[in-house]
Structure formats: C-alpha cells, structure tokens
Write a protein that binds this ligand. Structure first.
Ligand code: PGA
Length: 251
C-alpha cells in the first residue's frame, strides 16, 4: 500500500508571517491523520527555518524547492543538499518545470542534483512532464521517459526504494487552471510506473509514489486521488490558502 502524499509547493510566494501561519494550519490538518496521508511543505528558502520551527514535533515533512548540483563553494545564490538537511528538510524537489524553463535545468543538471540529494540523505520528488506542444505532437510518453531515464541514470535500486517520489506535472496544466482529466493522468501514471518497473523491477515500481501536479484544487482533488496510480498531489496555487489546501487534504 502506498501512503498518499499531499505536497505543497509555495514557490516564490508569501511573507514570513503568512508562511508560519500556513505551516501551523498544515500542522493542525496533518494531526487529523486522514487516511494515513502524509503532508509535505516546500517553502521559499528564507522561510525554511521559521517553518521548521512552526512544525516542530509534527509529522509534516519539510522540503527544498530545489537543490544545488554542487557540494559547496563559489556558487552564489545556490543552496546545497547538506544545507537543506541541516535546516531540517527530509525532501527536496528536483527538475520542477519552472526550474527547467526559467533557470535552464537540463536533464543532466537534474541528474546531478538528484545525485547530490541522495548522497546527502535527502528523499527526492522528481518532477517530470511534457509541454503543450509536445503533447500536441503525441510525444508526452517519450518526453517523460527521457526525463526519467536521465534523472535516474545514476540512482540505484536501494536509493530509489522508499526515497524516490515522482511527480507527473504536465507543463500545460501548471498554474493555468487547466487540469489533466483523471483518466489522462491515470494513463500517464500507469505508463510512468511501467518505466520504473523496466528500470528497477515491478515490486519496487509498485512501491514508488507517483504524484499528480498541475492546477490541483478542491474541486478536482478527489477524482484525481481516486485514480489507481495517483498516489498524491503536488499543489502550487491552491496550497497557499489554508482552507483550499485543507479541502484537498480531506478530499
Ligand atoms: P499549480 O502548481 O498547482 O499552481 O498548477 C503545481 C506545481 O507547479 O507544482
């Protein structure tokens, strides 16, 4: 049985007091322990420490929105995997489409980031997903397969077991209000599970959680989460409001 993961990606939003307030609301929400669901928050870097403090003693997981591919040194503005661990993160995102799009994260860079994260003991939510034009050309499967193969090239079975989460986030659905239908998402999730089975084995592929992301909101969460191979959601916009994130968690 895969425990569902309800993950919040706050992106570059909120001020410190709002971040702390929202973290407290997530803490209260997670304490209800709905269906064994886990809750994870990825705040902006400057608020990690304050959010961690607000979450002290709660099961809510803390994550970086990204991680440097380098261990340390002269990389102005970057944050290392060790720093994330040091500030209390158990997870990091890697390969989010906004990083791929606006910050030039190539498949190779994403692979290097995964390597650093696993080496430092972090769990990783690897984000993959096709752009609208790629879907229009019928390339969605080959795109996500390429992204998975590149990112997991150097990730062993032992590392992937229990420490890897995949998030399928079709780029055309992120922040656009357009969501994949649960049938379309389910089809891609089943495909991704097959790719993981080919890389590792069926047993491990059955254990790896595959989240859906892209305009998840209270109105579509239950249907998405009801699909067989959708093991949670990665929520951007709707995670910035306690009420709507709570409604997704309770969906
Ligand atoms: P969205 O973002 O829910 O605002 O579409 C999802 C994501 O980018 O992780």
């Amino acid at each position: 049985m895969r425990n569902e993961l309800i993950a919040a990606n706050w992106k570059m939003n909120l001020h410190r007091s709002e971040a702390v307030g929202l973290a407290r609301a997530c803490r209260t929400m997670a304490a209800t322990g709905r269906n064994g669901r886990e809750v994870l928050i990825a705040p902006p870097y400057p608020y990690l420490a304050a959010v961690r403090e607000a979450l002290e003693g709660s099961p809510v997981l803390l994550a970086g929105q990204d991680v440097s591919q380098y261990a340390e040194g002269a990389y102005t503005s970057q944050v290392s995997a060790e720093m994330l661990v040091d500030v209390g993160c158990r997870y990091t995102l890697a390969g989010h489409s906004e990083r791929r799009e606006h910050s030039g994260d190539s498949d190779d860079v994403v692979a290097a980031k995964m390597r650093r994260a696993f080496d430092c003991g972090l769990n990783v939510i690897l984000c993959v997903g096709e752009k609208e034009a790629e879907r229009d050309r019928g390339e969605e499967r080959s795109v996500v397969r390429r992204q998975i193969d590149a990112a997991l090239g150097a990730v062993s079975r032992e590392e992937a077991a229990g420490r890897l989460v995949v998030a399928y986030e079709p780029v055309w659905a992120i922040g656009t209000g357009r969501t994949a239908t649960s049938a379309d998402a389910q089809e891609m999730h089943a495909f991704l599970r097959g790719v993981l089975a080919g890389r590792y084995d069926t047993g491990l592929a059955e254990e790896i959680r595959i989240l859906y992301g892209g305009s998840v909101k209270p109105a579509n969460a239950a249907e998405l989460l009801g699909a067989n191979d959708i093991d949670g959601v990665l929520v951007g916009g709707a995670s910035l409001d306690a009420e709507s994130f709570n409604a997704i968690f309770a969906a």
